[in-house]
Design a protein around this ligand. Structure first.
Ligand SMILES: *Cc1c(COP(=O)(O)O)cnc(C)c1O
Length: 378
């Protein structure tokens, strides 16, 4: 069994995909061509954002956003403590300080109460200037944007949406990658919308900001490639990946997003009452980058995980360690407690999910899981 079956997806899209990729190779234009232009237009249309700027990966998308907003040394950027490392790594990469904020136990997303508290603490301590908050749409579920935007606004913070896992999700009829001043996503193969390599994008409604990001991603270019007005980097999506994304986006919109939600419903029906299934608040829609359940204790979780693995069922702990406990962030001041984040690291488990998963596979996973959960609970 596969955790995320990308080969099944390729086989379903093979005819169109082969044609799209071969036509780029035959066309001779590999960087910054018509496929990149096309996918940027489609993505800005889909998310409802005025501007889409593609780049080399989701980490660069965050770094480009932070740089374009002028964030750097001496600045505090608030990030959830329970997320993939890159969210905070990007902050440190531009010289700013990540401030770890606790998450909500049910949604796994950044807690508005903890955010308010962290902002107050940073101001009181006086060492850093609070500049921005990065909200993450963890496992495909949008963060609580109404409350977060309010806190950001009343404290003069930029709001950045890290939608690397959120593409396709919705918050009150508004699509992910459309929240805050800038939003980002990743096209890493295992993300909701993935390409066949690395890729990413930045979204914004601010034309001036978009122009800065377009410059930053091509060596700080000015009016032309050999006119350099700032220090930037080389971070581009290539034509082959753009062609891949055009084929995949069509399938994503037509049936994949629905299929992955059907798989989640199937899981929910079989697992409710056995473990804590994903909580989706009213008015929100998840793109299920992961299907993550919660166990009663670390011991039961570890027991069930190894039993599933023994039965040839791949499953992973996303994430085993809170960001504040990562060695790379040793020495950073922790302004608020992150108990929920620690608790989740010890109790969550992500099960196989993707649009092509067979109902029999879900059935098998759930039956092994519930048998072993009973055993482990004894
Ligand atoms: C994957 C991911 C990123 C980084 O994306 P890459 O394309 O791998 O650089 C950033 N944030 C989150 C939440 C992610 O899951």
């Amino acid at each position: 069994m596969e955790f995320r079956n990308l080969k099944a997806q390729y086989n379903a899209l093979k005819t169109k995909m082969d044609e799209a990729v071969i036509s780029v190779m035959a066309g001779g234009r590999y960087i910054m061509g018509e496929n990149v232009d096309k996918i940027e237009k489609k993505l800005s249309g889909y998310t409802g954002r005025g501007e889409c700027i593609t780049c080399a990966n989701g980490t660069d998308a965050l770094i480009l956003s932070l740089q374009a907003l002028g964030i750097g040394k001496g600045d505090a950027v608030f990030v959830p403590d329970f997320t993939f490392f890159a969210t905070a790594e990007a902050v440190a990469a531009v010289g700013a300080a990540p401030v770890f904020v606790d998450v909500d136990k049910k949604t796994f997303n950044i807690s508005p109460e903890s955010l308010s508290k962290a902002v107050t603490e940073v101001k009181a301590f006086g060492e850093l200037v609070p500049k921005a908050v990065i909200a993450v749409d963890l496992f495909g579920l949008p963060a609580d944007y109404d409350l977060i935007a309010e806190i950001a606004e009343s404290n003069g913070l930029y709001l950045i949406e890290d939608g690397a896992q959120g593409f396709g999700g919705e918050y009150k009829n508004r699509r992910c990658c459309s929240f805050g001043d800038v939003s980002t996503t990743s096209f890493f193969p295992a993300k909701p919308l993935g390409c066949y390599g690395d890729g990413g994008a930045v979204f914004t409604d601010d034309e001036q900001l978009a122009e800065i990001i377009r410059s930053l991603k091509v060596h700080g270019k000015g009016s032309g490639k050999y006119d350099n007005i700032r220090i930037g980097m080389n971070s581009r999506l290539d034509e082959i990946q753009a062609a891949v994304l055009l084929v995949k986006l069509e399938a994503f919109i037509k049936y994949e997003l629905e299929a992955v939600n059907n798989a989640a419903r199937e899981y929910n029906a079989r697992l409710s009452g056995i473990v804590d299934t994903p909580y989706i608040p009213d008015g929100l829609f998840s793109s299920y980058a992961q299907y993550t359940v919660k166990f009663k204790s670390r011991e039961i979780r570890d027991y069930v995980q190894s039993a599933l693995n023994k039965n040839d069922i791949p499953c992973f702990v996303y994430y085993p360690r809170p960001l504040h406990a990562q060695q790379a962030f040793k020495g950073l001041r922790q302004y608020v407690g992150c108990d929920n984040s620690e608790y989740l690291c010890g109790t969550v488990l992500s099960l196989p999910i993707h649009p092509y998963i067979a109902p029999e596979d879900i059935q098998k996973i759930c039956s092994v899981l519930s048998d072993e959960n009973n055993q482990g609970g004894l």
